[in-house]
Design a protein around this ligand. Sequence first.
Ligand SMILES: NC(=O)c1ccc[n+]([C@@H]2O[C@H](COP(=O)([O-])OP(=O)(O)OC[C@H]3O[C@@H](n4cnc5c(N)ncnc54)[C@H](O)[C@@H]3O)[C@@H](O)[C@H]2O)c1
Length: 391
Amino acid sequence: MKQFNEIDYTNIGAKRVGIGVLGYGFMGKVHSNAYLKMPYTYTDPPAHPVLIAMCGRDAGKVKDSAMRFGYKGYYTDWQHLVEDPRIDIFDNCANDYLHFEPTLAAIKAGKHVVCEKPLAKTVKEAKQLVKAAGEAGVKHMTCFNYRFLPAVRLAKDIIERGRIGTIYQFRGRYLQHSGHNPDEMLENVKYATVKGSGIMLGLGSHVIDMARFLIGDIKSVCGLSKTFVKTRKTMSGKNHHVEVDEANVAVVEFENEAIGTIESSGVSTGHKNQNTWEINGSKGSLMFDLEDLNHLYVYLEDEQNEDVRGFTKISVTEPSHPNPCLILPRGHNAGWEYGHVHALSHFVNCVLNDLPVAPYGATFEDGYRVQVIMERLKESSETGRRIQLTF
Ligand SMILES: NC(=O)c1ccc[n+]([C@@H]2O[C@H](COP(=O)([O-])OP(=O)(O)OC[C@H]3O[C@@H](n4cnc5c(N)ncnc54)[C@H](O)[C@@H]3O)[C@@H](O)[C@H]2O)c1
């Protein structure tokens, strides 16, 4: 004990930020993990997040989660979470149907707000959130975490420096297979339940955001959506009529004249979580696959000698790469959860240092634009027409 030097944590008081998370499910846990990892992922962390409270309806379960992550306490009513004065950042990790009301209430209570994707269930709701956050002057971010993966950020930098030239095409798809078996019980096909909101909102939203992030705004869309399994049995033996889409294909045209295809599916047999994209430009191409997230495949015609020219697999783990994970030496791969660590760290940094969330973070305006694109794609599928977008 003689050599024990006690650390005075009061010195970092100014860099503390209070966190309140709604939901203790998949995302509630992933966001909590991200806040906890921040102080040791970066040598100069933007802040020491203080986990104030988690919220969920089941007292036993939310208490269990809150204790495991080290929250000071928990609530079973989200209104109380929103009102807690110790909370600086309200982080909405609830199901899609509960994004709008609590996020709006948090904005009105003066909190900075993070909301999981999709920002809302409808364009009308998303627009209201953009307006309210703007008027309140709070920081806001739609949690499109994949923007923050080092390989994705490197791709953005390569594109912005003109290294792949004029962009011609984007090809993006997000494929899962929880619904491929028509005999699968409803409860195991989350997107099809009454709480689920279909594949476009669940997975398609990620690809649309990625397309906008890397290529730019979209000006027209043409889509086709399908529900293959229209009735599913519940575990209690009832028949459930599936109201939502299960697979989508879309053709899009960007403001910069590039064209793209966007696919999302919950019935792609064999695919557990494949989120891939490819971009072709006049001088090069880029490819990414979320199931191999530490690598970016790069083809740069002007920068490679002809005899060795081809797609090069880059391990995006150098300290000089964007969003380096400093506790891991080069070549030591980071996991899926680091998208959220970097995204939420960026947001905390923006809050503490009054920095803009855009262009790397998706603001509520970005969330709203993705929502508009999804609604127009649905309309296009119903009418069979290609639609010009207005925001
Ligand atoms: N960014 C990503 O990679 C990613 C991945 C998965 C899900 N999501 C999104 O995150 C959100 C949550 O998804 P999930 O998979 O964590 O869902 P989940 O079902 O695992 O968790 C949802 C949580 O919300 C809570 N909740 C629901 N209604 C509530 C109420 N009235 N009061 C208090 N709490 C309530 C539930 O108790 C649960 O804790 C969804 O919007 C989803 O689209 C994002």
